[in-house]
Design a protein around this ligand. Structure first.
Ligand code: ADP
Ligand code: MG
Length: 372
């Protein structure tokens, strides 16, 4: 039977309020607001240098907060030292003690907390069995593969039964197959223990597959917060539309033309008629950017009146799907077709953009146009 301490779900709410960080005169985080709900899995996603690690280290207490407040379960934490925050962090480089066995690596922090030997043993045994580390406990870190070492680092965080887990790109040093494996394990682990988690990554696939909520960051600011589906289907800006989704979105300059009751978009070598609905955000002659994802570009019926003429450039088979480069006017467009459509590929063909999957952005501000 489970002990009481095991059944208790340990989780906390984290609130960042106008969080800012400067190194001297360089401001790396600007008035960052974020709430991570109890038990939630939040991914901070952004390019290298946008401030992800800095933010995580500020939550952990490893870095001063220049201004703003960190609350955990409603209590301000700014002046609370790292060891009193009940947080465990997993780093990209594992950071294991090389001269200690795996068991001792996991026990080290618990001994420092003064826990009884039986309790330490019980926690390690449980974490080791959750992470498949049982046969490795007597080994030294150098006798383990990278993936195993990262599992130990996770185990070491797990045995602390913290209120909050912080992960800083934990999968970046692993090869693709291990990364996939460990990603699934992290997800399973979170389903099981439901500890509030902030996971930093520059890999959109990791963020999209793991998180309940994705925070897209750019230059130390929040660019968009939303569920994986929201940031994919309704990117707030060109930046988000480019960062999320693979293969990358096509972005095409177009001009708005009023066509009786309907609106059409004229681009280089193509015209797109918008579905009949109010397009409050669009003015005649406005220059906008049309975003269309490769999987929302389709081969059209050759007789369709709305088809767009395209020339075949090259194709790459990606298992059941084929990524096709085509040329429309002078611009190259990516199109992702499934097996059933592949035979229809030819030197010259008609394509279409799925009308319900168009993204329109202001060309100057690069922000999504409302109501489009
Ligand atoms: P990320 O984790 O998103 O790649 P970081 O949080 O590591 O980004 O860094 C954000 C920015 O802060 C970078 O421009 C980096 O050069 C700068 N930075 C990080 N640590 C320091 C430091 N100790 N002193 C000065 N600048 C720093
Ligand atoms: Mg980093």
């Amino acid at each position: 039977m489970l002990q009481h301490s095991e059944r208790k779900t340990v989780m906390a709410e984290i609130v960042l309020e106008r969080f800012s960080k400067s190194y001297g005169s360089v401001e790396v985080l600007h008035e960052f607001d974020l709430t991570v709900g109890k038990g939630e899995f939040v991914a901070l996603l952004g390019p290298s240098g946008c401030g992800k690690s800095t933010l995580l280290r500020m939550i952990a207490g490893l870095e001063d907060i220049t201004s703003g407040t960190l609350y955990i379960d409603g209590a301000p934490m700014n002046d609370r030292p790292a060891r009193d925050r009940d947080i465990a962090m997993v780093f990209q480089n594992y950071a294991l003690y090389p001269h200690m066995t795996i068991y001792n690596n996991m026990a080290f922090g618990l001994r420092r907390l003064g826990l009884a030997r039986e309790e330490i043993d019980r926690r390690i045994t449980r974490a080791a069995s959750m992470l498949g580390l049982d046969p490795l406990l007597a080994r030294l870190p150098k006798q383990l593969s990278g993936g195993q070492q990262q599992r130990v680092a996770m185990g070491r965080a797990l045995v602390k039964t913290p209120k909050v887990f912080l992960f800083d790109e934990p999968l970046s040093n692993l090869d693709a197959k291990l990364r996939d494996q460990l990603r699934i394990e992290i997800k399973k682990l979170h389903k099981l223990i439901k500890t509030t988690t902030v996971f930093v990554t520059h890999d959109q696939l990791e963020a999209m597959t793991l998180a309940d909520k994705v925070v897209v960051m750019k230059d130390g600011r929040v660019e968009q917060v939303g569920s994986p589906t929201q940031v994919y289907n309704e990117p707030r800006s060109v930046f988000v539309s480019r960062f999320i989704g693979s293969p990358a979105i096509n972005l095409l300059p177009v001009r708005v033309v009023n066509d009786g009751a309907r609106v059409r978009l004229e681009g280089d070598g193509f015209v797109v008629r918008l579905p009949q609905r109010p397009h409050a955000g669009l003015r005649p002659d406005q220059e906008v950017l049309l975003g269309i994802r490769p999987r929302d570009v389709r081969i059209a019926d050759p007789l369709s009146a709305d088809g767009i003429c395209a020339r075949f450039v090259l194709s790459e088979t990606m298992g059941p799907e084929t990524l096709v480069q085509i040329k429309v006017g002078d611009q190259e467009i990516s199109m992702l077709v499934d097996e059933s459509q592949a035979p229809e590929l030819s030197e010259s063909m008609q394509i279409m953009f799925r009308p319900d999957r168009l993204h329109l952005f202001d060309r100057l501000t690069e922000l999504r146009l409302a109501g489009c």
